[in-house]
Design a protein around this ligand. Sequence first.
Ligand SMILES: [Zn+2]
Length: 377
Amino acid sequence: MNKIIRRAMGVVALAISLSVAASLPMASPRTAVAGAVSGSYAMADFAHVRKYDAHVHANNPNPAFLEQARADGFELLSINVDYPDFPSLALQHAAALALAAKDPVHFHWATTFSMKGFGTPGWTDRVNAGLARDVSKGALAVKIWKNVGMAERNADGKLIMLDDPGLAPVAERIRALGMALIDHQGEPKNCWLPLDQMTTDNDREYFSRHPEYYMYLHPDQPGYEDLMAARDRFVAAHPRLRFVGAHMASLEYDVDRIAAFLDRFPNATIDMAARMSQVQYQSVRDREKVRNFFIRYQDRVLYGTDLTFGPDAEPAEFRREAHAVWSSDWRYLATGETQRVDMISADVPGLTLPRAVVDKIYYTNAARIFAPPQPAG
Ligand SMILES: [Zn+2]
């Protein structure tokens, strides 16, 4: 199928999608493909099935990312983060507003807040006023980053943990404003392991480059289980908050453990951002177990990548990268095709998830969790 036809089909899909409520499952065009397992999608379906990347960072107002998303049938949730390697929060915010103004159907965004001044008079009111302002400008969610629990310290020099009572009024305001909370707690478990025991090359590279975040080198810091426990106490304390555990809630190494987390907290979902190779590491060892996880928790998982379009990125090159990542993930989740994954040095067969499951993980769940906020009071 040539590109022009694919794009035309994308327009048809959009026209259909605008006419149905976001909560209804999307009827996807059926394409007969020789060799495809009945009830599953093929690579040829990629561009025209309605999809949502629930975890990206468009830190550049250039429309290249958005254009690639439209070409590949994606809506985006771009997440502002209080991350020192990113542009300032003001620049991230400005990029989000500019892109949302360009195409509010395909571009959505999540705001965040600075931990600077936490615990001092006025901090809570200032943060909560900022969140209310951001909702009025279209923000669908709020991000709390791993600096909570790993870097930010209170006036006594102690690390501020996610379940610190000082964060509770902010969590309560996020719920009352009708937004979801996206939380990146801790790190992959690999972060606490020596390099040669890590399961994926991307973690090996990241933690080699960021010794400040490589907890194996910092045994004085809270351990992996300390951070998971603080997060669990926080989720338990806010049962009516829509809680999204970014990066598979940092439980990426074991689908059984993710299942236990989701069973325990009905208000929680997870996104898959930047953890696909961790899932693939498990599925090359036990494909049915991983496949069954996605089928059983088909309402609780959001597709996401962590694709980051920085201010200095070359737009055409970034578009190629985004398309390559999205295509590879589709091949793995939706089809039965095998691909080489260098990060785990393995040939990885696809999961051939049923179409209805793919439709939820790739779209319906995100549309529900990140629905335009209705203030809850
Ligand atoms: Zn991210």
